[in-house]
Ligand binder design. Structure first.
Ligand code: S3P
Length: 421
């Protein structure tokens, strides 16, 4: 597909619901006893995979527009799946399911698409095995033998909300309490939602303790717009001349706002207004307008707070004066594709000055860029980042697979064109 160019980016929009919260709403809703209503649900392919998996385990889930109703049957209410659970492209579905399935009274198996089958699952299987879990396979397909679990005291070795959440979900079924010590703070949507559903969960800085509840209570969940999707418009608004974009109703949970901190440090004209709390999550409207950006250094504790935004932050760095260094981000190698390699290879096609490092990349910005035939590697965030990059590259650019945006942002191109009208 040829990437159309828009002359400026102006207007107001809302982005689809938060992917992490949408997944958790369905999963915890299915395990609660009673009906959970979710509004603003992300109907992207990944979250639809989560719905399919729980329907396969006998949970009645109805979808109407962006409203989802989950008729939870309680912690022991799941049925043995009729077939192998298929998680598509979704790492979150796959890893979180491991935590839920480990302690069931039935056996199950999980697999996904070609990308999922290459993503490391040992990071969840290893801690879960310390709770007694019996999961075979370091990669999908995984075979899970349901078995009684016990709580544990676990020091995490990787900053990952998926690993943390898998352990907490297993902890719901374990005998005794489960304590996790995070190495760096990762997104805490699971902790917030478990607490809203009545679980006995204590969070103290990097330490989390969960005591297994008898049951979880159902909830009314309003999903805020996904800051990871808003990120594309924040960068577009900053790098396009004569532009100003307001994104309404964006989740600004502090464990997710690294992109805001970085854009402000780069000199972006970014305003946060109308801050409010919505079902336990902070929400606001964000406006970004044309800015003169400068390079910066990104590493350390901020990385888990912006891990999914790094490809589009790298785009911002291309248009920033000076050097941007991204480090401590080796996790990018195990995302939907190796996002360090993919970003470096694709950006180089337009003559960008970018160098790959072991745990990130170094970009010298504000150099002339040229259109190119881009490869997305089937990765939604690569496709959207490259679309933003193409706006300021001279000449024509194409994407080999624009469809993959539907994983997290089905209406991405419609929203994009609307900003140029
Ligand atoms: C997610 C956690 C992150 C993130 C992913 C969603 C989640 O992955 O990259 O898109 O919903 O828990 P890691 O836990 O592997 O960092």
């Amino acid at each position: 597909m040829e990437i159309k160019k828009i002359p400026f980016a102006k207007g107001e929009l809302t982005v689809p619901g938060d992917k992490s919260i949408s997944h958790r709403g369905v999963m915890l809703g299915a395990l609660a006893k009673g009906t959970t209503n979710i509004s603003g649900f992300l109907k992207g392919a990944d979250c639809l995979s989560t719905i399919d998996c729980f329907r396969n385990m006998g949970i009645d889930i109805s979808v109407s527009g962006n409203d989802v109703t989950v008729k939870g049957k309680g912690l022991r209410g799941l049925c043995a799946p009729k077939s192998t659970l298929y998680t598509g492209n979704s790492g979150t579905t796959t890893r979180l399911l491991c935590g839920i399935l480990a302690g069931q009274q039935f056996n199950s198996s999980i697999t996904g698409d070609a990308s999922i089958c290459k993503r490391p699952m040992r990071r969840v299987c290893e801690p879960l095995s310390k709770m007694g879990a019996k999961i075979k396979g370091d990669f999908c397909p995984l075979e899970i033998e349901g078995t009684p679990l016990h709580g544990m005291d676990y020091k995490m070795t990787v900053a990952s909300a998926q690993v943390k959440t898998a352990i907490l979900l297993a902890g719901l079924y374990a005998e005794g309490e489960t304590t996790i010590h995070e190495c760096e703070k990762s997104r805490d949507h699971t902790e917030l939602m478990l607490s809203a559903m009545g679980a006995d969960i204590e969070v103290n800085g990097l330490d989390i303790t969960l005591r297994p509840p008898k049951e979880l209570c159902p909830a009314e969940i309003q999903v805020p717009g996904d800051i990871s999707s808003a990120a594309f418009w924040m960068v577009l608004g900053a790098v396009m001349p004569n532009s100003s974009i307001t994104i309404k109703n964006v989740g600004i949970n502090p464990t997710r706002t690294g992109i805001i901190d970085v854009l402000l440090e780069m000199g972006a004209k970014l305003k946060i207004e109308n801050r409010r709390i919505c079902t336990g999550e902070e929400v606001a409207d964000i406006t970004v307008s044309s800015s003169s950006l400068k390079g910066c250094e990104i590493g350390g504790e901020i990385i888990p707070r912006l891990i999914d935004e790094l490809p589009v932050i790298a785009v911002a760095a291309l248009f920033a004066e000076g050097r941007t260094v991204i480090k401590d981000a080796a996790e990018l190698k195990v995302k939907e594709t190796n996002r360090i390699r993919a970003v470096v290879d694709e950006f180089r096609k337009c003559k960008a000055d970018i160098e790959e490092t072991d745990d990130g990349m170094i970009i010298n910005g504000a150099k002339p860029l040229y259109g190119a035939d881009f490869c997305t590697y089937g990765d939604h965030r690569m496709a959207m980042s490259l679309t933003i990059l193409a706006q300021r590259a001279e000449g024509i650019s194409t994407l080999d697979d624009a469809e993959c945006v539907s994983v997290s942002y089905p209406g991405f191109f419609e929203d994009f064109y609307s900003l140029g009208k």
